[in-house]
Design a protein around this ligand. Sequence first.
Ligand code: ZN
Length: 295
Amino acid sequence: MKTNTIHYDYCPLCHGAELAPHLTATDHLVSGLRFDIVRCRACGFLFTQDAPTPDAIGPFYESVDYQPHNNRCSFTSFLYHSVRSVMFRWKYSLIRRHHKQRGTLIDVGAGSGHFVAYMRQQGWQVVGCEQSERARAEAWQRDGLRLDGDVMSVDYPQACADVITAWHAVEHIHDLHGLWERFGRWLKHDGLLVVAVPNCDSFDAKHYESDWAAWDAPRHLWHFNEATIKMLGQCHGFKLRSINSLPLDACYIAMLTEHNKVKGLAKGLRFALSGAVQPQQASSLVFLFQKDMIG
Ligand SMILES: [Zn+2]
């Protein structure tokens, strides 16, 4: 698979010029290609070097195994779908803890719109955007949901949203800073930004090293930890308000990483327990940001 790629000579987060190799991750899902994950010596940010350009990355999502947009029946897929409704309730209660009234929500990277549909049922005004045409078509056919397209092409009104959610979406968007500029523009002055990403400082990332499924290169362009996402938020006037772990993601990622799914589930449960004790090292983290009204 030959494709156009982006090579960074500087850190996309802080523009630091000193980059160091971190590890090499293989795309087991689609291409079999290997991608270098690079670390900025100044700020510690990790990113995928020589990832395909936005125009060229489409084929790297063409896999029946790519979970967010498929309904294939397998043990892992069954687990993914059966815990989803539990997670929707958990996400809803997290949002309501920090935003008491119902309001307007934008879901970025909405997939096939299950969370958008769930939040509508709870009485919220919800819009969602999703790059994948297939996922948008599924949302329309299943629930009559009309999702918007690519987040960098849609144009929502300024200060229209009480809450913006991006569940495992930020790491897929090429325009790292442009996306957060949009978050800042669309959110009301006291609005809440909810961003969930894999945690490259997690127990499972350290255990599996280059085999960790959540490197997911080249689909995951950016690899965050608490410090780097906090820094990105600060660049765009956001203040970090709370950090929560997504414990079930540890099981899902371990099962994707391990060939033996039972072994993966057992290890995943262990990582989930460790992450519950030390949330900063959980497999995936949910960051709640608020616009920094002082800055
Ligand atoms: Zn940097």
